[in-house]
Design a protein around this ligand. Structure first.
Ligand SMILES: NC(=O)c1ccc[n+]([C@@H]2O[C@H](COP(=O)([O-])OP(=O)(O)OC[C@H]3O[C@@H](n4cnc5c(N)ncnc54)[C@H](O)[C@@H]3O)[C@@H](O)[C@H]2O)c1
Length: 437
């Protein structure tokens, strides 16, 4: 990919389109509004709070990222979305129960104006929920065209100069890449014939990308991880990224595991279990949806620890992940990890992590950063898979044949170096010999 010769300014409004107005989406929108009103801090958001070091350590140049690259400002964000339920964003947020009633009350007028457009839904893909706010059409292609119309209407009514879509809908049943996903032509034929391997999330992706709108995938669904959609992203000069927001337990894993590997500590096993009681948890009770999530969560350790390179340390590790739907907890998930490691001469040790986390509180700033960075990439003319955004995902998308980078610290360096590269600054290698000459 060529270095962007120039980055178009972030002029005008940025429209954020969210398929799925559930816990994550509403926590994100409510949070943006609370921050805009000066009533809260955007904690967890790199674009809002992060700085970037430029040049040597002795140069003392560490601007805020949002001052270094031309990002859209929060005041310019405007929101729209789709859901299978008719609840507006205020009702949905109240239902999700992530934010307390006092915080929600402060943004009630704003959230109440965000009403979901009718969803393209297929019960076969999300078995445990059903709702009334659903599009009708002869086939999947017609539904995708209706989504395109929604996008065009939203562009007009919101007066946004640019749009970004971020999938915050449910986890769909597991689908493997098939022949129908291989080219844009086969994909269209498959939509027309209602092929069972075309998931609703793919319809949103197809509609966005063919409308020139960048697309981020927050769920572990296949969605944009197929050649047909990636070819379209390339041909339409659209930036895409995914998949599955890296929050909670996987975030912890990608913080801890690189540390074990860096110190050459062995790993015998890692058992992770969760209880959660939100709608996401309910959807994950279905074995099809759980399989999609499990695949996304399991690959992390293999890639970080590289057992093929370190067979004595990681060759025999046993990795299990369980998710249990337990309604009393709502969005406040509890994730336990039992980690069996071994050290010098093979002597065993154990680490226990008990993370009482809040899923959507961790996911909301990720949505914000992805929206702002994808819009930046788009204005910089960067098309196709944006691997530098791996930092935000459990299963980062990469070019075919490339293994994904899961180590959070390498991901962070990759992200910041990409920003430096975009702006023509020196990349930072952390070599540091020059300080001792
Ligand atoms: N920390 C996190 O919360 C986290 C982390 C990683 C990934 N995710 C993923 O993000 C997604 C959203 O999570 P959530 O907690 O907000 O879930 P949620 O269940 O609260 O919200 C999802 C919403 O999507 C809607 N939906 C389902 N299919 C749809 C379709 N075809 N079109 C439009 N709307 C549709 C549902 O009705 C629901 O309101 C899930 O896929 C989840 O797995 C969340």
């Amino acid at each position: 990919m060529e270095k962007p010769s120039k980055i178009a300014p972030a002029k005008g409004k940025l429209g954020v389109l969210l398929p799925g107005l559930g816990a994550v989406s509403t926590t994100f929108m409510a949070g943006v509004e609370l921050v805009r009103k000066g009533k809260a801090q955007p904690v967890g958001s790199l674009t809002q709070m992060g700085t970037i070091r430029l040049g040597k350590r002795t140069d003392a140049r560490s601007p805020l990222i949002k001052k270094f690259v031309p990002l859209a400002e929060l005041k310019d964000l405007t929101f729209g979305g789709w859901d299978i339920f008719k609840d507006n964003a205020y009702q949905s947020a109240a239902n999700a129960g992530v934010l307390n009633p006092q915080d929600l009350e402060k943004v009630k007028p704003f959230l109440s104006t965000i009403k979901p457009m009718k969803a393209a839904f297929d019960h076969d893909f999300v078995k445990l929920i059903d709702g009334p706010n659903i599009k009708k059409g002869k086939n999947k292609y017609e539904l995708a065209l209706q989504i395109k119309e929604d996008i065009a209407d939203f562009r007009k009514t919101s007066r946004a100069s640019r749009l970004v879509t971020c999938w915050c809908g449910s986890t769909e049943s597991f689908v493997k890449p098939e022949e129908v996903h291989s080219t844009p032509e086969k994909f269209i034929e498959a939509m027309k014939s209602n092929h069972p391997a075309i998931a609703p999330s793919m319809l949103y992706a197809w509609a966005s990308i063919t409308s020139g709108v960048p697309f981020a995938n927050g769920a572990p669904n296949l969605t944009v991880d197929i050649p047909a959609i990636q070819t379209l992203a390339h041909d339409h000069n659209v930036a895409i990224c995914g998949k599955d927001f890296k929050t909670g337990q996987t975030l912890m894993k990608t913080i801890l595991a690189p540390g074990f590997k860096a110190r050459m500590l062995g790993l015998e096993g890692w058992f992770s279990t969760n209880i959660l009681g939100n709608r996401d948890g309910e959807v994950l009770e279905d074995p099809g949806s759980f399989k999609t999530k499990e695949e996304s969560k399991l690959s992390v350790l293999e890639y970080i620890l590289q057992p093929q390179l370190y067979p004595q340390l990681y060759g025999k590790m046993c990795h299990k992940v369980r998710i249990n739907y337990y309604p009393p907890r709502g969005d406040n998930k509890e994730g336990w990890d039992n980690i069996d490691i071994f050290g010098w001469l093979g002597y065993p040790m154990q680490i226990k992590v008990d993370f009482l986390c809040r899923d959507s509180i961790l996911a909301a700033p990720i949505v914000l950063d992805l929206v702002l960075f994808l819009d930046l990439a788009q204005r910089a003319g960067m098309r196709g898979i944006q691997e530098w955004l791996s930092f935000y995902f459990k299963s980062p998308m990469t070019a075919p044949g490339l293994y994904p980078e899961h180590d959070l610290f390498i991901q962070s360096m990759k992200l910041k170096n990409t920003l430096r590269w975009m702006k023509g600054e020196d990349l930072i290698t952390h070599l540091g010999q020059e300080y001792y000459d």
